[in-house]
Design a protein around this ligand. Structure first.
Ligand code: ATP
Ligand code: MG
Length: 353
C-alpha cells in the first residue's frame, strides 16, 4: 500500500536507520522508520485519504515528519533532509528537506545506520534495492562503528554515547580511527553550544537497557563524561548499588542513573545517622520519595533505607485520633503525643528480619 502510494505520487520511499541495520543483523526490529524523498506529511495525508486503516497520530511541520498507525503498527515517516551544525554539540539546523536520499544518509551517525532500502512495486510484486553508500553492511559484518566524516563527534558528541549503546547491545566496537577521533574530541571538547538536554536524552536511552551498569562504568573508564564536564562528581563505587536500587525501590533504572550523574550534589549535605531505633529511622526517611531513597542507598550504602522502605514505610496505626477522643482524650498536644507514642511503639516492635 505504501509502495503503491509512492508509485502513484511519483516519489521514492525507503526503510532506513536502525531498522535496516537490525534486519541485516538478523535480529528483531524495534521501530519502523520510512523515509520519503519528498514531503512525508503530504505523503501520509494522501495515503490516509485512500486507505481507512491509516491513522495519522501527529505531524511535525518544522521537520516534515509524521507519526502514523497503519493496521495497528506504529510507523514513523520522515522527509529526506540535509542538516548542518552551526556549533559543536548544538542541535542541527535543517538546510533542505526532500533532498536525494544519499544526502540524507550523509547526516547520520555511523555507517551501520546510514543504509536505506528503497521499496517499490514492480510487476505486481514488492521489490527492494539496497542503498549503502558508506559500505555499512560490511561494517555490520565486522561489527565496526565508523562515523561518516572526521568532524562527526565534534558536530554531535552524543554519537559517542550512541556508539557505546550499540557496543553494549550488539557487540560493536569503535574502529581504530573512531577511537582516535573520540580521544581527540575529549581532550579539548568545545562545550559552548552543547545541548545538555540532548545528552540526557541519549543517556536515558542508554540506561533504560539491561546494560545500564556497564554503560555507567564505561562512561567513567573511557572518560566519556568529558563530553559535558571535566571532573565527574559521580563515583564508580555507586554502580552496583545504583543497579540494585531499581528493583529494591521500584524505580526506573534510567531515572536513578541520570540523577546519580547530574543531581548527586542534592545529597551531599545528607548526614548518615546511626539510628538504631526504628522510629528514628522512620522519621529520617518518611518525607523522601522512592527515587531519593534509592539514591541514598546507592550513594551512602545505607542499609537502614532498605529496611525503612521494605518494613516501615507503610506502617499505620490501627487506632485514629477520633477513637482516642472517644476513649476520653481531648483535642490538643496530649492527643498528638499519644498518637506519636503509639506509632513509635508499633514501629519499634518491627523485627529487621
Ligand atoms: P535503536 O535500535 O536504538 O532505535 P536506531 O539506530 O534506530 O537504534 P534511533 O535513535 O531510533 O536509533 O535513530 C534512528 C536513526 O536516526 C539512526 O539509525 C541514525 O541513522 C539516525 N540518528 C539518530 N541519532 C542520530 C545522531 N545523533 N546523529 C546522526 N544520526 C542519528
Ligand atoms: Mg530506532
Amino acid at each position: 500500500m505504501v509502495a503503491q502510494n509512492a508509485c502513484d505520487m511519483g516519489v521514492d520511499a525507503y526503510f532506513v536507520g536502525g531498522m535496516v541495520r537490525d534486519i541485516l543483523m538478523g535480529i528483531e526490529i524495534k521501530d519502523i522508520d520510512i523515509l520519503i524523498e519528498g514531503s512525508a506529511i503530504d505523503f501520509v495525508q494522501k495515503l490516509s485519504e485512500c486507505a481507512p486503516n491509516v491513522m495519522i497520530k501527529s505531524v511535525h511541520k518544522a521537520f516534515n515528519t509524521a507519526k502514523t498507525v497503519i493496521n495497528g503498527l506504529e510507523i514513523d515517516f520522515a522527509s529526506t533532509r540535509e542538516e548542518i551544525y552551526p556549533q559543536s554539540g548544538c542541535l542541527p539546523v535543517i538546510q533542505k528537506t526532500g533532498c536525494p536520499v544519499c544526502c540524507d544518509l550523509k547526516r547520520r551517525d555511523f555507517t551501520v545506520n546510514a543504509i536505506a532500502v528503497r521499496f517499490f512495486t514492480g510487476k505486481n510484486e514488492l521489490k527492494y534495492e539496497l542503498i549503502d553508500p558508506f559500505n555499512g553492511s560490511d561494517d555490520i559484518k565486522a561489527r565496526s562503528l565508523r562515523v561518516l566524516h572526521n568532524k562527526s563527534y565534534i558536530d554531535d558528541p552524543t554519537r559517542i554515547l550512541r556508539g557505546l549503546d550499540f557496543k553494549l547491545r550488539f557487540g560493536f566496537n569503535f574502529s581504530e580511527n573512531d577511537k582516535k577521533l573520540i580521544e581527540e574530541h575529549l581532550k579539548s571538547p568545545d562545550r559552548e553550544g552543547l545541548s545538555i538536554d540532548r545528552i540526557k536524552l541519549t543517556l536515558k536511552k542508554l540506561f533504560s537497557d539491561k546494560n545500564a551498569k556497564k554503560a555507567y562504568n564505561q562512561i567513567l573508564e573511557n572518560n566519556f563524561y568529558k563530553i559535558w564536564c571535566d571532573i565527574p562528581s559521580f563515583k564508580h563505587e555507586w554502580a552496583q548499588r545504583l543497579d540494585e536500587a531499581s528493583s529494591i525501590f521500584n524505580v526506573l533504572k534510567e531515572e536513578i542513573f541520570l540523577k546519580a550523574i547530574f543531581e548527586n550534589e542534592l545529597y551531599s549535605d545528607f548526614l548518615i545517622q546511626n539510628h538504631t531505633e526504628n522510629f528514628e529511622i522512620y522519621n529520617q526517611y518518611k518525607n523522601l520519595k522512592p527515587l531519593d531513597l534509592a539514591l541514598h542507598y546507592a550513594i551512602f550504602n545505607d542499609a537502614n533505607v532498605i529496611f525503612y522502605f521494605q518494613k516501615l514505610k507503610d506502617i499505620k496505626l490501627d487506632i485514629s485520633g477520633d477513637d482516642l477522643i472517644q476513649q476520653g482524650f481531648s483535642q490538643g498536644k496530649a492527643l498528638g503525643d499519644e498518637l506519636s507514642r503509639l506509632l513509635k511503639e508499633k514501629l519499634n516492635s518491627i523485627e529487621r528480619n
